[in-house]
Design a protein around this ligand. Structure first.
Ligand code: HEC
Ligand code: HEC
Length: 301
């Protein structure tokens, strides 16, 4: 009998040892993915300084950036916070005290963040929306940067990203998905369809708005990217409820959050308030694109 216990002890001991080695390996892998330095050749994005381009940049920034960085772009503390995983603030983007705009030395610094998902030192940032912004045309990206450089300064300090050991282990084990820098195509010259109420322009806005991060790769819906959210993102293809909406229903929903059946949607899960800042033509284009998609079944998991 004693021998049996001894063997069980040895087997269990080696199993625990093996698991510890594995955890250490994931930790090292996760830390090295988060600390890797990337370099990219210049994208030659021209940053304009005429009033029209700056106004265009302000419009795009309101639609795409204020949801996380705050209405005045002064940053959001605890944008993500979890006792086990750590804390990530969405930083102040202005040239005020504590703002990124005050720290960035060149237009290329902005391009690296928004198109490639790395900070000015070339280290990965944890801003999932980059997957959408990597589709911004050189012209629109230039306009956004032009506006950010002139945005009214806000004094507001935010904290550096602080991931726990567990978060680094999970990154190493691939449990937190790809980092934006690993997920985007780094295309130096993304397609730039002419603005207007067209299917092509709608597809461009849906790509930039990264609707698929919640509504699924084929926009057929699916689970929310935040696993603590149990509500499903609905199917946006003609296989879903949208097939019965009119263009007017769609515009009115994005502007008010009220669905055609009269139900008021909250702002916690679906960023309709920011998307609703789009112009009529932009919203029409998005609707036209969604209606042109192949009919799909709702994805449930
Ligand atoms: C879904 C939320 C979200 C949206 C939308 C978003 N950001 Fe961010 N952004 C973040 C978070 C979170 C960080 C901090 C990432 C980190 O610390 O790794 C960040 C970081 C940044 C940084 C600093 C990068 C660095 O050097 O560390 C810049 C600049 C930035 N965002 C610009 C923008 C602009 C411009 C837009 C709109 C085109 C935008 N963001 C939209 C969440 C968001
Ligand atoms: C952060 C996740 C997220 C993003 C990004 C997002 N959505 Fe949604 N969307 C949701 C969720 C979740 C719902 C359902 C919310 C509810 O029922 O309270 C929803 C609902 C909708 C609805 C209502 C559909 C119906 O059948 O009731 C439409 C239309 C829609 N989204 C379009 C879009 C478009 C277009 C984009 C991109 C420009 C987008 N969404 C981006 C999460 C998201």
């Amino acid at each position: 009998m004693k021998k049996v216990f001894k063997w069980i002890g040895i087997v269990l001991g080696s199993l625990v040892g093996l698991i510890l080695v594995l955890i250490a390996a994931f930790y090292i892998l996760g830390s090295s993915r988060l600390n890797k330095t990337y370099t990219f050749p210049s994208d030659h994005v021209v940053v304009p300084n005429d009033a029209d381009s700056i106004a265009r940049g302000e419009h795009l920034t309101a639609m795409f950036c204020t949801g996380c960085h705050g209405e005045d772009l002064g940053g959001t503390e605890n944008w993500f916070t979890d006792e086990a995983l750590g804390r990530v603030d969405a930083p102040n983007l202005t040239s005020g005290q504590g703002g990124e705009g005050a720290e960035f030395e060149s237009d290329e610094d902005w391009v690296r963040v928004l198109r490639h998902g790395v900070d000015p030192e070339g280290k990965p940032i944890f801003m999932p929306a980059v997957v959408g912004y990597s589709h911004l045309s050189n012209e629109d990206l230039g306009a956004i940067i032009a506006y950010l450089k002139t945005a009214p300064p806000v004094d507001h300090e935010t904290e550096e990203r602080n991931f726990t050991t567990l978060a680094k282990i999970l990154v190493g084990a691939g449990q937190l998905g790809k980092l934006p820098v690993e997920a985007v195509s780094h295309n130096p010259n993304p397609p730039a369809p002419a603005a207007g109420a067209t299917v092509e322009y709608g597809q461009y806005l849906v790509n930039v708005g990264d609707c698929s991060s919640c509504h699924g790769n084929e926009l057929a819906g699916g689970p929310h990217p935040d696993p603590s959210v149990t509500i499903l993102a609905p199917n946006l293809t003609p296989g879903g409820e949208l097939v019965e909406w009119t263009e007017e229903d769609f515009l009115s929903f994005m502007r008010t959050g009220i669905e055609p059946d009269g139900e008021q949607m909250g702002t916690e899960y679906m960023p309709w308030k920011e998307i609703g800042l789009a112009s009529d033509d932009e919203l029409k284009a998005i609707f036209m694109y969604l209606q042109s998609l192949p009919k799909m079944e709702q994805v449930a998991k």
